[in-house]
Design a binder for this molecule. Sequence first.
Ligand SMILES: *[C@@H]1O[C@H](CO)[C@@H](O)[C@H](O)[C@H]1NC(C)=O
Ligand SMILES: *[C@@H]1O[C@H](CO)[C@@H](O)[C@H](O)[C@H]1NC(C)=O
Ligand SMILES: *[C@@H]1O[C@H](CO)[C@@H](O)[C@H](O)[C@H]1NC(C)=O
Ligand SMILES: *[C@@H]1O[C@H](CO)[C@@H](O)[C@H](O)[C@H]1NC(C)=O
Ligand SMILES: *[C@@H]1O[C@H](CO)[C@@H](O)[C@H](O)[C@H]1NC(C)=O
Length: 677
Amino acid sequence: MMSSTALAFIIAALSYVFFFSSSPKHHYHELFISASFSDNASVALNLRTLTRRPHVAGTAANAEAAEYVRSVFTSSSLKSHVVAYQVSLTYPVHRSLVLTPTESANPITLELEQERVGDSPYADEVMPTFHGYAKSGNVSGPVVYANYGRVEDFVRLKKEMGVNVSGAVVVARYGQIYRGDIVQNAYEAGAVGVVIYTDKRDYGGDEWFPESRRMPPSGVQVGTVYNGLGDPTTPGWASVEGCERLSNEAVELSGDAPLIPSLPVSAADAEVILKTVVGDVADGDVYPVGPGPGILNLSYTGETVIAKIENVIGVIQGEEEPDRYVILGNHRDAWTYGAVDPNSGTAVILEIAQRLDKLQKRGWKPRRTIILCNWDAEEYALTGSTEWVEENREMLSSRAVAYMNVDCAVSGPGFDASATPQLDELIKLAAQEVQDPDNATQTIYDSWIGSRNSVEIGRLGGTGSDYASFVQHVGVSAVDMRFGGGYPVYHSIYDDFTWMEKFGDPMFHRHVAMASVFGLVALRLADEEVLPFNYITYASELKKSAEDLEKLGHSIDVSPLIKSIEDLSTAAQGINKEKEGIKGALKVREINDRLMMAERAMTDRDGLSERPWYKHLVYGPSKYDDYGSKSFPGVDDAIENAKKLDTKASWENVQHHIWRVSRAIRQASLVLKGQLR
Ligand SMILES: *[C@@H]1O[C@H](CO)[C@@H](O)[C@H](O)[C@H]1NC(C)=O
Ligand SMILES: *[C@@H]1O[C@H](CO)[C@@H](O)[C@H](O)[C@H]1NC(C)=O
Ligand SMILES: *[C@@H]1O[C@H](CO)[C@@H](O)[C@H](O)[C@H]1NC(C)=O
Ligand SMILES: *[C@@H]1O[C@H](CO)[C@@H](O)[C@H](O)[C@H]1NC(C)=O
Ligand SMILES: *[C@@H]1O[C@H](CO)[C@@H](O)[C@H](O)[C@H]1NC(C)=O
């Protein structure tokens, strides 16, 4: 006799097969990913057009790119419009970095220039290398080398190596944490200025672009150093014409703006600087930490402008549920030519728009509304998406089914995804249906899983791209996907079409495969009668994070959290059972609303302590690294604080934050169950 669990499993599996294959729109989904619908030549053409000129937010070149995106949307039968905002951006006006190697030596003025490769007629439009929202000022001090500029690097300098960072100009390398946090950590250690460079150990090699994919010695990673999200002058509300704005002084006091000047430099410039530093070498490192005797004079002047930015929005109205939104987004603005970051993603979105047009011409109409968004000013502070989410907060809160983000869509082989966990299963299923662009004998999923037992899906607690406002401010479930991950010429002048054609995606098959897998997930979300969300995965993810807290000691009691997660698991099993054999439009709608709103329940109106804009209590950035994709950010912050203070009250505060998260998870269970107490 078969055990009841085995029987339940078979019934579940059968209903699952039925659930997908029975969808009346399923044959359209197969068509969408078919070879006849895929067009690598058109992807390449779109990418070439988008990356012709450097297109920083607020420039004429980026407005031209917006017009191009809009024209492709319109010719793909999307109803399109531009949503413009007036936002605060900064551009470089004056930069200099002068090194005095020793008291008696002559000062050396560093280059701060990237060597050109190729013959772009638009090379003069590349902005001088700088940090977005960097503080203007002229500072000087002895050089202290601080490795990756993490909290632990500064602790080691002070406690283990006895180095006084006060009054120094810190030189740190890119690669482990968000650059804005490097500046912040250096400031807290007492530094007067910061230079961040691209170390050959992390990004370079014996050969470099155009011979290899590695960063040339003169390459510089540009980027923002602002620690908040959205226009700094409109925290929490949209930057529409004539709106309320904070003064520059108020922005400085906000805690998110950098308080000391900084500049990004190349490996070549950094080498010159680091040769003038003596002292101890940290374990496992190669450069002495100083201070000095080399002295750096750093001068930076930026201008702050209120500039117009443009989000381009294209809509396909849903046939049965026009008021339920499946939102796909990617940013358009780039620090330079932006072939990987972000226009590989833009090319993918345009390919999806063109395939959806072909589907519509064959008679397909989505059940729910599909919205394609082309964001502006992501590079500054995820600004375009954040302003739009702030402006539409309540509409999104009541209607958004999911947000799907693609940014650096392709930089090489190897699929990877991050998501809120109720979408894990859907992503895996879609990856099982699309062929791996780098191996004709297997699917994306087969390559992704490799020889492991399961694939690892990342989470969305960081602020690395435009999903942040959707997840962390409103509580919309979300996905982010890419092929290739980190790449050495990131944010440099070398992130151009030639790099992509030679190294990132020589035949543009990875772009095509990304359009297939990303688009397929979107189609499932838009067309399946019952939303393909599974909260069992959410509960098991939370359980793993909760178990990590059990080792804390200090009489911290994790059991309220564990209990709330067990309830969530029960609620998830309950709703999965309810989904089987469900009938009636209103009943379907009611179940879908519960599936959609359970993510919202993970948010709290008051937000994280001292960072009230971040409403999600499970996914949010760590205070010490905005890229850090942690779960329970409020608990993490409280733990960091308690470790520092080690007082009874500070550990009680950790317990309080564990209770807060437990209560949010309990709200999610009630929503999933659809029951009032
Ligand atoms: C820094 O020095 C430059 C060049 O000498 C000068 O133009 C600028 O006004 C100075 N900035 C500040 C904030 O003092
Ligand atoms: C560190 O250096 C600063 C500036 O030179 C000085 O004012 C301070 O007293 C020094 N701190 C220690 C602990 O030596
Ligand atoms: C660097 O700045 C210091 C302090 O303002 C100044 O005394 C020194 O002359 C400057 N050095 C160079 C090479 O400009
Ligand atoms: C492609 O996948 C097959 C397994 O299906 C594997 O044996 C082969 O090594 C893979 N080829 C490459 C180039 O990775
Ligand atoms: C598209 O793929 C084909 C092979 O499938 C290749 O011959 C062609 O060069 C590719 N097009 C581009 C623009 O890379």
